[in-house]
Design a protein around this ligand. Sequence first.
Ligand code: ADP
Length: 641
Amino acid sequence: MRMFESVLIANRGEIACRIIRTAKRMGLRTIAVYSDADRDALFVRMADEAYRIGPAAARESYLLGDVILDVAKKAKAKAIHPGYGFLSENADFAEACGKAKIAFIGPPPSAIRAMGLKDAAKALLEKAGVPVVLGYHGAKQDTAFLRQRASNIGYPVLIKAVAGGGGKGMRRVDRQIDFDEALASAQREAKNAFGDPRVLVEKYVTAPRHIEMQIFADRFGNVVHLFERDCSLQRRHQKVIEEAPAPGMTPEMRAAMGKAATDAARAVGYVGAGTVEFIVDGSEGLRPDGFFFMEMNTRLQVEHPVTEAITGLDLVELQLRVAAGERLPFKQHDLKMNGHAVEARLYAEDPAKGFLPSTGKLVALSFPQDDGLRVDTGVVQGDSVTPYYDPMIAKLIVHKATREEALAGLADALQATRVAGPHSNLAFLEALCRAPDFIAGAFDTGFIDRNLETLGAVPAATDRIAAATALHALLDPPSALASSPWDMRDGFQLSGTRLLSWPVMLNGEADTIRVAWDGQGLLVDGFDPEANVALVRDGASFYALHKGRQTVLGPREPGAAGHEGGDGDGAIKAPMHGKIVAIDVKPGQTVTRGTRVAIVEAMKMEHALVAKRDGVVGDIALKPGDQVAEGGVILTIGDPD
Ligand code: ADP
């Protein structure tokens, strides 16, 4: 068989860049498709050719299979790589590619369909002898019946959307009296997210670990596994850190899981790269009889680089070769693991605000260079994180001889990484990599939630040290005191020392920093010359980067509210670009601080907005269904008349 002459990448961001890199190395012509939001994106610049497919919203661009297929025909693409997400698990699209005689880099449509619904996949694999979690995956959906099943299974149970993905439509229920309500809300969320309210109920595995097997199959019946990945560090059922091999894994358990995974692949006639996800009962350590099939992802995974690191293989190259009809170049016994690899997902999100996605221009973005460090990203400094897609900035993957070295290496790499503009989870990821229990291998999928406070804890002095350092730099040399573009107020003289109160905006809120100048040296309240603060200037603002966090310091904006404003701002603003889902109050209604007043949906998640003061609701500018821009005022809360 001959390798394809060209490949179209039906995706964007880091995964598009990653696929283009391998395709180019193999000599393929690379074809990108992009939405208006991605016109100048890195992956568009990297590709040999690029075609516009529509506006920013994914459902008007990256999810339009027909439009992408038309581009593929026009560009004479011989193959389409769907990456992950978007069309990657869309069997109809895979089928349409086949009809157009363009190779879909993925399994046959029938395999995608067989694994598409969790209930059917579980029933099928149970028959094939693959261990499945005790549960009900049948067609009956009425509340009384499912409640009865839940009590037969035994609490705690997990309700899951059969069409589920990304943790949506999933509810853990600990007591029977909570079952009906949890069921109703899971069904509602499933209907909204997938257009399918059906659920299954299964045993909630205690001390669960998420361990998945990477498998590969060719068209000649060869199926192998490329060992496991441990993805137990999760938040809201979303992976945060992944590693290979899994801590505590034994050769017996690996063999048993490898057999189950390859059996699952064979049961559906699988071809190409796939991942079989298992939930592992970690309550008594890893045991060959303590793992259960959860689902199979019929595509490349975000975390595939850790497998590439320990096997030395390029999974995208293998995908292309298998799709072109080549045989797998190895048998199971040829495969060896080497060292340990860990991946962290760097996100534009604000851990201090419940991990709310954060958008905007990347005023700074840089990574260290280190032996064993791989950075997969789709953006460069100056690019923007937009509200339209997943806000992942980069994946950092470290490969070392041992797990300890890999974790330490990743922590150091994160420490040396700079992100300014959007907030990021940099400090949080570093704290995770340095968490003693995680390093000791004592963790399960609840680890992050249980330790959220310590992991996300911000040393109280951080902002002030960073702000003071920025101000110190701004006022250096001290003659800048006279010529600073910033407004200086409230200065007074005290026996030769000038004391100034400097009005600033600190992280968007009005604040004051005190400065003393004795004619020789400058003393800024809070300044610590030993602290390692990096400064990035953007216009009149400073981004002070310190301990993986950013502190934004700028000149005081006229009329700005903040710490000094007493009760706090009465304006309820959208934290980010999104849609109003609900307004919970009416004009004239009395509310107290903390009352929920509205819900905004942004980046596929709902965010509750609460009153920041006691008062009376004034004008309500928007209604449910309206779009709102970041910072847009939804309603105001004022004083009673
Ligand atoms: P989704 O497709 O929505 O991501 P999964 O079925 O893959 O849902 O499960 C996501 C995560 O939920 C798993 O990684 C695991 O942490 C947790 N989980 C799933 N099933 C169970 C279970 N039976 N018991 C305990 N935790 C579970």
